[in-house]
Design a protein around this ligand. Sequence first.
Ligand SMILES: [Zn+2]
Length: 89
Amino acid sequence: MVRSEILKIKTFDRDNFTCLKCGHVGKRGIYSFYGGMHIDLIADHIIPLKMNGKDELENMQTLCINCNKIKNAKDQSDIAKRKRDENNR
Ligand SMILES: [Zn+2]
């Protein structure tokens, strides 16, 4: 199993397979054809790797697909804002 897959399972396990934003509970024990654990939960980097976040459990949170979409949109705007700030320096 690859490292990111182990980290993902550890994240879900720590968070009891529950989305930290909306409380959606993932369906434990349902395996996809690709060998992944869950289809409706995502192990998300709290600080995105693009913003120098660490690829470690402390920087991981369990999100459902919907909450992850919302967060990704926000991260994108945060990254864009950071770039603007850097350019204005
Ligand atoms: Zn959610």
